[in-house]
Structures are given as C-alpha cells and as structure tokens.
Design a protein around this ligand. Structure first.
Ligand SMILES: [Zn+2]
Length: 298
C-alpha cells in the first residue's frame, strides 16, 4: 500500500504530522486523538443504520445518478455501505463521521485516516474542487493510501515508533509490547514493525488464514493470504519470493493451537542471487487471523 504513496508526498505528510506533534508538545504514546481534533478544530460524529441523522448533511451534497439523496438519508447509508466506506470527512463543516457499526477496535484507525484527509492540503483541494462532494475521492486509491500513510505516521508518532522499536528484538513478543505502549491494534503495530523497525533488516510479515483451522481468517480468494508486508531490505534480498511460497513454509511450521503463539521454526529461502538463506518464523494467532513475522537468521 505504501508503494502507492510517492516519495515527495510521504515527505510532505511527514512534515505535516511533525508540525501537529510539535504543536501538541511532543506527546508520549499513546496519542490521544481528542487532542488532535481539538488542535485541528475538528468534530467527530457517529452514524449507524438506526441513526442516519449525521449523514443528512452529507446527503444534501451528493447526487447519485443525477438524483439528490437529501430527501431520504437512509438511501445515503446504502450508498456509503456499498462504497465500503467506514468513515467520511466533511470539509465544509470540519466534521468526521464514523460508522458506528464497524468494530470499535477499528475506530481509532478510521478516525486518524479521516483526520489525515483534513490536513493534507491537496485532499481538500481535491474534495473542494468538485462542486459536489462525490464518493469518488474515497474511491481514489492514491488518496486513500495517502490517508492511511498519514494515519500510520500519526498513531505511531512520526519517527518515535521506529526509534523505540530498534531497542526491541525482531520477535512477536516485541510487537505485543509495542502494541501496549502505542495503544494501537495488534495488526497495525505488526505492520509498522515490519516496515519501520529497521528497513535495513530483511523482514516480512504475512497475515493469513490459520493453516490448520480454515475457519480462522478465511480469505475470499481461497489463497489463505490477507497481506504480505516487506521491509525494504527483504524486498531487495528476495525480489521474487511470493506470499504463496511463504504461506507454504509457514503451513509446515504451524501447530494445531487456535490462539497464541502458533508458528515456530526456521526455513530455507532462496535469495535473488540464488543462494539459500535461513529465515526464522514467529507467528501468533489472535483468533481472527495468523500474523507471522519472518526474519533472516543471523
Ligand atoms: Zn478516505
């Protein structure tokens, strides 16, 4: 996903986040999003199928197939659900709307994502450039990837996460410790750990189905793989390694346990130069998915 965000956009977003953190007096983790909202003068509201009121303000600016939806806010809920949106940003009112029916665990990320839309100046131009706010901006992959990048940088306090993570060894235990410290989900902490702890260490993260329990984290395409995350060094050293290949290595080293540490062991992996390397696997099941951290053996 980060591949979609250009280098100069990453730099610009980093600078914007840094200014926010500076204005907040360089807070210690976990970041209190209430403070960020106060600083940026943003309101947060929730909507749900039983309370579509907040969507009404949005509805009067949206046309679907040339028809305004303001008369029936319930219709806008259908549109929002169909577009798979879990949050919205209303620039005119500086309001963030969050879908109350999304599991609460995810609200923090959604909120940070919508906050990012609010301070990335070209997102505003994008949204305000239209006479109508359409659902299109949120369908735009690059804009979305940029907002997710901003959310990650915000919730993990800029460079603070990678600086602190370097003091921890590359293991799943470290991910859990940092999850507690930064107050973000296990999955988002895992993601940041693989990408940001040390880009020079070949590390990958695979979020998958439980190989021995198909009911845990099934994938729509049946591949068993939800996400394949790589550090920059892993990308360079193993340019052709696929998620399917790693999933097979993981499968052979997964226990029958349904939760907790479930993957353990080492495996051979061919690098881009044709040499056999050894990787160390360390995987954990949170009962929804299996998160496996892989690193090069020293
Ligand atoms: Zn968005």
């Amino acid at each position: 996903m980060r591949e979609l965000v250009g280098q100069s956009e990453q730099r610009d977003i980093d600078l914007l986040i840094d200014k926010i953190l500076r204005d907040l007096g360089r807070p210690e983790p976990p970041l209190d999003l209430r403070m960020v909202r106060e600083l940026l003068r943003l309101d947060r509201m929730y909507y749900s199928s039983t309370d579509v009121g907040p969507l009404a303000e949005f509805a009067h600016r949206v046309k679907v197939a040339g028809k305004r939806l303001v008369e029936d806010p319930k219709l806008i809920l259908d549109v929002v659900k169909k577009a798979k949106l879990s949050g919205l940003w209303l620039p005119d009112d500086r309001k963030i709307l969050i879908d109350k029916e999304v599991p609460e665990l995810k609200h923090r990320w959604i909120e940070a994502h919508e906050i990012s839309h609010s301070f990335v100046p070209w997102h505003n131009e994008f949204l305000l450039g239209d006479t109508e706010i359409t659902l299109a901006p949120d369908c735009n992959e690059i804009i979305e990837a940029e907002a997710n990048f901003g959310a990650g940088r915000m919730l993990f306090l800029g460079d603070k996460f990678s600086i602190e993570a370097k003091d921890y060894e590359t293991s799943f235990k470290s991910v859990q410790a940092l999850k507690g410290r930064f107050g973000n989900t296990l999955t988002s902490t895992f993601w940041r750990f693989v990408e940001d702890r040390d880009p020079l260490e070949p590390t990958f993260g695979l979020i998958s189905t439980h190989p021995n329990h198909a009911d845990i984290g099934p994938t729509e395409d049946g591949s068993g793989v939800h996400y394949f995350i790589k550090s920059a060094a892993f990308r360079n050293m193993f340019p052709t390694v696929t998620a399917a290949q790693l999933f097979e290595l993981i499968r052979l080293r997964t226990s029958w346990k349904r939760r907790g540490p479930v993957v353990e062991g080492t495996a051979p992996l061919m690098d881009g130069g044709g040499s056999s390397r050894t990787i160390v696997l360390d995987g954990f099941c949170n009962t929804h998915q299996v998160l496996t951290l892989g690193r090069l053996a020293r």
